[in-house]
Design a protein around this ligand. Structure first.
Ligand code: NAP
Ligand code: G4F
Length: 330
């Protein structure tokens, strides 16, 4: 019998990668899609026809109960969220409802449908919960015992999701794990995140469709990995006999300038500075200056290791955007 998995956030970057991974492993894959006129429905239907779409919303608990009753999953991956940090400052209440309380709604739906003992649950926690301020382990990075100090409405909402997941594990014995994932990117990344904004703009500049990029803070540093590697870590967490919390990261940190440098070099431009303008509109009221993760626990317990390194990631993204922008007329 094929295993059954339900993914919230199926139309997002990680949802697409995870569905592909589970399909290759012969799972029957179900995905939650929201909204009356979601343009991403057709994309999933065409590109991932093996996904069984179910209409539901993280803010509507009864729709989640129905989704679980339809999918009857052994594994439930909660990837849905308001996930853009900048957007969360502009829409903090929505962020709390979806990214925070939405996690509670999924956990309650598991209980209401009698799935406490049969459904393994994955919660998409984040390095944004650390906030960069208490970065006190130079060279080693944040591990699972590091202090939390979220710096955005998104980070605060995620911290609620993290703790309510741990609470339901301790209170009701749900096999619930939190993956504390550092930034992971790739060709499926939304254009509003900095790495994809850069790779797409570099391709467009190379093709003469655009003459510069406008960015906010260029000084922050991130631990950037490839999303395809990270969904494998999510799956590994749910295959363990016992639930737990794990950091997935590369153990390296790079500045936005480092990303710009490699991305522009990919199209033969050695000096990126003339092509980048700073625009205060992309600055945030509070910033996470530096993120560096320590994936030692995931490596030893899960046997997980990232495969794509930083230069490989930048190259993959720029080459992908060169491909799509060459085909597009404008
Ligand atoms: P993403 O591309 O922004 O995808 C977010 C998904 O959530 C989309 O499918 C979106 O659906 C869905 N969603 C939003 N509001 C919803 C609602 N009310 N009900 C149901 N679905 C809703 O995010 P991602 O990069 O794949 O990340 C996946 C998860 O990991 C997120 O929870 C994110 O916060 C977390 N995370 C990401 C990273 C990273 O670096 N990528 C790192 C750590 C943690 P629509 O398409 O309909 O908007
Ligand atoms: O690409 P970003 O928007 O990612 P951020 O804020 O690190 O959040 C991502 O990673 C988190 C994990 O740590 C996830 F939980 C979260 O869901 C999301 O996937 O911004 C990265 C950095 C920031 O310091 C930002 O201020 O880039 C800086 N930045 C500079 N100019 C910009 C821009 N970010 C964006 N999005 N757009 C800009 O023009």
């Amino acid at each position: 019998m094929a295993k059954r998995a339900l993914i919230t956030g199926i139309t997002g970057q990680d949802g697409g990668h995870l569905a592909e991974l589970l399909h290759k492993k012969d799972y029957k894959v179900y995905g939650i899609i929201r909204g009356q006129h979601n343009p991403k429905r057709i994309v999933v239907e065409q590109e991932q026809p093996y996904v069984n779409l179910i209409e539901a919303d993280l803010t509507d608990g009864s729709s989640l109960v129905r989704a679980i009753e339809t999918a009857q999953p052994e594994e439930l991956y909660n990837l849905a969220a308001v996930s853009h940090v900048g957007y969360s400052f502009k829409n903090p209440q929505l962020t709390a409802e979806v990214t925070g309380k939405g996690v509670l709604n999924v956990l309650e739906a598991i209980r209401l449908s009698g799935g406490e003992k049969t459904i393994r649950f994955y919660q998409a926690s984040t390095s944004e919960m650390f906030g960069g301020l208490d970065y006190n382990r130079p060279g080693k990075g944040y591990d699972e015992d590091a202090l939390f100090h979220p710096r955005s409405p998104y980070g605060v909402a995620k911290l609620y999701g993290h703790w309510i997941t741990k609470n339901y594990r301790e209170s009701y014995g749900i096999h619930a794990s939190c993956g504390i994932l550092f930034n992971h990117e790739g060709p499926r990344r939304g254009l509003e995140f900095v790495t994809r904004k850069i790779s797409n703009s570099v391709a467009r500049i190379h093709l003469g469709k655009q003459d510069h990029i406008e960015l906010g803070n260029l000084d922050s540093k991130r631990d950037w990995g490839y999303a395809g590697d990270y969904v494998d870590g999510m799956w590994r967490m749910l295959q363990q006999d016992e639930p737990g919390d794990y950091i997935l990261a590369t153990g390296e940190t790079h500045s936005i300038g480092d990303f710009l440098e490699l991305a522009f070099k990919e199209v033969g431009i050695d000096d990126w500075k003339p092509y980048v303008k700073q625009n205060p509109a992309f600055m945030r009221p509070a910033e996470v200056d530096i993120l560096l993760g320590n994936p030692a626990k995931a490596e030893s317990v899960l046997g997980w290791k990232r495969q794509v390194d930083f230069p490989g990631l930048v190259k993959m993204m720029v080459q992908y955007d060169l491909g799509i922008e060459t085909k597009r007329s404008t």
